[in-house]
Design a protein around this ligand. Structure first.
Ligand code: COA
Length: 173
């Protein structure tokens, strides 16, 4: 199997993004054209897993965020102000050549560990994601994320409480 590096912040001078293809053109385009810009503008930090030649095989982006109390499940809002502090896992994608190898799970585990660190200095109630489709939602649910509205089968907004991260990381191995 190809040897892969540990997750690192995207370095646009070093990391090769030109061949990245996850099957979703918007997610490919984001990595190639906008991830560096987002970092410079402090709107999102992108973490990558690359192979030994610095070709990016997967990425995740993370930004501070907030949840509108009116849209959230009670366990997110109980005892919290409006809006509720959260971290947004804005994008996650793995190159098709590398899917099914645990790269996506490794990126999520890295982001969750980062959230635990950040939570010490600037608290957040939960990590939130918007799944791009039903299939992606099932993938997130497998990792432990839950729907903002369990009654709505089309709901793609998902969350994981910060309080659950340690147990989730143990389950992910
Ligand atoms: C979703 C994605 C990030 C997963 O990355 P990955 O590196 O293939 O994921 P992993 O290898 O860590 O996980 C694979 C596991 O998930 C399971 N899985 C794959 N698709 C699944 C789905 N739709 N629902 C539930 N489980 C799924 C596999 O069976 C495998 O399980 P196993 O480890 O028990 O064998 C990747 O397929 C991708 O980039 N897809 C296109 C973009 C996308 O959907 N991104 C999510 C954005 S919201």
């Amino acid at each position: 199997m190809t040897e892969l590096q540990r997750p690192r912040p995207l370095d646009t001078r070093r990391h090769d993004r030109s061949r990245f293809a996850c099957g979703d053109a918007v997610l490919d385009e984001y990595l190639r054209r906008y991830a560096g810009q987002s970092r410079r503008r402090h709107t999102a930090a992108t973490w990558v897993i690359a192979d030994t030649e610095d070709r990016v095989v997967g990425y995740a982006s993370l930004a501070m965020s907030a949840i509108d109390r009116a849209t959230a499940a009670p366990e997110l809002t109980k005892g919290a102000p409006d809006p509720v502090a959260a971290l947004l896992l804005g994008r996650l994608a793995v190159d098709r050549e590398f899917t099914g190898l645990g790269v996506g799970t490794a990126l999520v585990a890295h982001v969750l560990a980062t959230v635990l660190e950040l939570n010490v200095s600037a608290a957040c109630r939960a990590v939130v994601v918007t799944a791009i489709n039903d299939e992606a939602r099932r993938w997130w649910e497998r990792v432990g994320f839950r729907s903002f509205d369990a009654e709505d089968p089309d709901q793609l907004d998902l969350y994981l409480l910060t309080a659950e991260i340690e147990a989730t990381l143990r389950a992910l191995g």
